[in-house]
Design a binder for this molecule. Sequence first.
Ligand code: ADA
Length: 562
Amino acid sequence: MIRWFQTHEIRKVRELEGLWDFAPVQNKEGNPTQYNYKLHVPGCWEMHPELGTYRGQGVYRTFWNQEKQTHIRLEFKGISHTANIYVDGKQVASHYNAYTAFDVVLPDVKPGEHELVVRVDNGFGEHSALHIPNDYYTYGGIIRPVILEEISDIYIERVWFTPYWEKESWQARWKAFIRQAVPSSEPLSRSELRIQLGGVEVNLQGGTRQGDVWIMEGEGCYPQAESWSLTNPRLYTFKAELLVDGKVCDDWFDRVGFRRVAVNREGLLLNGEKLQLKGVNRHEDHPEFGAALPPGLMAKDLELIRDLGCNTVRTSHYPNDERFLDLCDEFGLAVWEENHARGLEIEHMRNPNFAWQSEQVTREMVEQHYNHPSILIWAILNECASHKEEGREHYRRQLQIIRDLDNSRPLSFATHHRADDICLDLADIVSFNLYPGWYTDEQPAELAKLARLWADEKGGRDKPLIISEFGADGYYGFRSHNREKGSEERQADILAENLKAYLAMESVTGMFIWQFCDCRVTEATGWLMSRGQTKNSKGIVDGYRRPKLAYDTVRHYFKESL
Ligand code: ADA
């Protein structure tokens, strides 16, 4: 399934879902001649009984049949974590990072059968600055859908919608990115984009060239539009049609919502109303599917999160599958989306690949998820070196990259450096990961007050405060009257203490429990990666989504405060 709605009517689109040939090749050069496995795409190879702990390189292969000669666009929604793409034996693309999409356009593909080979690498090493052994699992494989499209000479790459409120009415800015199957410097001034939304038609004409992209911009007034909010998540589907010399040659549909987000010291305002965020951190992980969650499971996660009384979710620690974001749009669940990073120390950030890899995933996240009304906050670099001058330069640059692309949403990052953090002035929201009751003996209310002080002293005085992580391990099925650490009882107690404190505090704009579901972690040495059962067990449901005792506790506090 590509999305929860149709994205094209004119453009011919199909998903290359199914069983692909597969061969683990470790470090062997060249692509294999023999494939001994058949794996489901999208999926993780760890789900095959013989490949449960395989790490390294693997090659996938499939074939497609082409009826007529045309340009083909292949889109890979997510390959974990390094991909090299070959069509009919020739390399046509490569990409780093599991959690953002990339594409390749093949001009004038001849009729007949074509071979598509994808070489995937989930190995660790200097070539990979962001996927490192960590407190979650970096699976291997084609974890998100692969799409094959037939495109015309000129096609729509994407259309951005930015709503704003002016003169007591909704307005929107449109920005379209148009490309040619065979790039040329010729101006695309004969093209026109017709955008229909809620009975209003906007026509974009003319444009400017930026490299290989033709940019068209315009504005529309939507006086009849209803706002998108968490209680009434009203979505509008827009249709964009590309015309050349008056003839439609391509189309693009997306769903958007009219809403505005603002922050001040008092908090976060959605459509002018103050909102307290009550949510969970969520990893895309499941024992049966790895990081390739089927859409039905995404829908189940969403329903569980809503049933808990949450109004928000944090996509810790990477951009999520857009089909989960579609669900958040549809059901009115606010999203904190962040780029890919967890716990990178300054030594990791000195990896020569860190800057470009981290900046690329940041850019791709914003470009690809720009239209989702549910995303209220963009964030970067969870628990990285925001206490060092050298780290600060990366924080500054990455936040600037986002601002240059999108200045309609507030920015944040989750830190554990407390009063030592030197980047709090750079973001719009100050967010701390704190674990009172689990890693420390502090009292949640006292600690949240201190957090406000750190923010005030370190450049965050006019910014709202979020407790971006708190939680405790609870091993599913470990019940104990002694309420020891690790028991479901103790986990519920710790969460209750935290929630009671934060929900009562005006100064806490949001709180995200660590975490929604248990997740697999990398097996290695050191305390972090020798976790019991090779899992991070702070989920309030286990990996199979079975509720622990804490589930009802969270539900009680979140629902009571509705
Ligand atoms: C951190 C981190 C999470 C997780 C958590 C924990 O704050 O951001 O990814 O590792 O701690 O369970 O310790």
